[in-house]
Design a protein around this ligand. Structure first.
Ligand SMILES: [Zn+2]
Length: 358
């Protein structure tokens, strides 16, 4: 990791100088803060209900379900499930992509919360994450490059973008509800691949990715992983027609504001709990992602959490002081937990990776 004092940070949002594409003005304000982000305009809950009704009116009257929710048992999807059932009063099917990296408490959350809400869950195995994600972490450990931490979750996006919509389509479920918020757009992970490219184009990503593969040929051992990785980076972006069937609706992106102070008490009332082995609520639904976040922080000095809070500061949703406190609290990773995850799920040795990093 770069020593903290060498990293210059934006005086407004605290993003560091090694964030891809960032520059600073003479006052130390970063280029992302200077760029005016479009203010989010929410359409309101009444519009949301109207839009949903319009879709349902046009669909099969005998349908068993109105919508599917991709349900990981994490904070956000648990709230979305509650929201779909209790606020929107929809007939919901939760789809949980099963994989090897689900923490014990998350597994309990998945079943408890759905049971309390009276929502049925369909479990579908996502072997892509099990096999490809694991293979990528093993390859990465031979040459721990921060840009390639993106590969840890290979197969996950495939599950979300392919398996879940496919299931909905096959079973004539007209709506796919997703929990994205405008504050979660994370570009740095793929942009890191572009190395020093001036623009983060598709071409630069492909070139950068190819270069990284040549630097560490262990990735090439599994063509299946590479194919899934390829889909992750490239093929899902801006694909036409993806919104047709089922229709994707993002309540907390387009209609109403997602508020942490409402979300956490609501799901906790339904029995949702943090995993005891993790002291963070941040994406605590998967060990593969936890590992990825740990190594971003370790190698770059920042991760998704820093980027998320930088955007919250920029949009005046939180003060810089509060944000720094949150990052400190939520972003703590215990080395012992990481050691155990590496050993148990990947058969890898933490200290050997440390040696390579140093
Ligand atoms: Zn900034």
């Amino acid at each position: 990791m770069m020593p903290e004092k060498e990293i210059k940070r934006c005086t407004v949002c605290n993003l560091p100088s090694n964030y891809p594409g960032i520059t600073f003005d003479e006052k130390g304000v970063c280029s992302i803060c200077k760029k005016k982000e479009k203010q989010v305009q929410y359409k309101g809950i009444n519009q949301l209900k109207k839009d949903i009704k319009a879709i349902l009116d046009k669909s099969d009257k005998d349908r068993e379900y109105d919508c599917v929710v991709g349900y990981s048992g994490g904070r956000d999807s648990s709230y979305l499930l509650y929201f779909a059932k209790e606020v929107l009063k929809l007939k919901v099917l939760a789809i949980t992509l099963e994989h090897d990296f689900i923490p014990k408490q998350t597994r309990k959350n998945i079943e408890n919360l759905a049971w309390k809400l009276g929502v049925e869950i369909k479990f579908i195995k996502n072997d892509a994450l099990n096999k490809c994600g694991r293979q990528c972490v093993k390859a990465w450990s031979k040459n721990p490059d921060p840009a390639m931490c993106a590969t840890f979750c290979t197969g996950c996006r495939y599950g979300i973008k392919k398996i879940i919509p496919q299931y909905a389509r096959k079973h004539h479920i007209p709506i796919l509800l997703v929990g994205n918020t405008p504050y979660e757009k994370i570009n740095y992970r793929v942009n890191l691949l572009c190395c020093n490219a001036k623009k983060y184009t598709k071409g630069a990503k492909i070139k950068g990715y190819a270069k990284k593969l040549l630097q560490n040929p262990s990735y090439l051992l599994s063509p299946n992983s590479m194919h899934k990785q390829w889909l992750d980076f490239i093929s899902y972006e801006g694909k036409k027609g993806e919104n047709v069937n089922p229709t994707t609706i993002k309540p907390f992106y387009d209609y109403i504001e997602w508020k942490e102070e409402e979300v956490i008490p609501t799901i906790q009332k339904l029995g949702w709990k943090y995993d005891e082995s993790l002291n963070s609520s941040w994406r605590s639904d998967c060990f593969a992602n936890l590992l990825r976040q740990y190594y971003y922080k370790r190698l770059l000095g920042f991760n998704d959490l820093d980027v998320y809070y930088a955007r919250m500061i920029r949009n005046q949703k939180i003060s810089k002081e509060e944000a720094l406190k949150k990052i400190e609290e939520e972003g703590k990773y215990d080395d012992e937990v990481i050691k155990e995850i590496l050993q148990k799920y990947y058969d890898l040795d933490f200290d050997k990776i440390e040696e390579k990093i140093k």
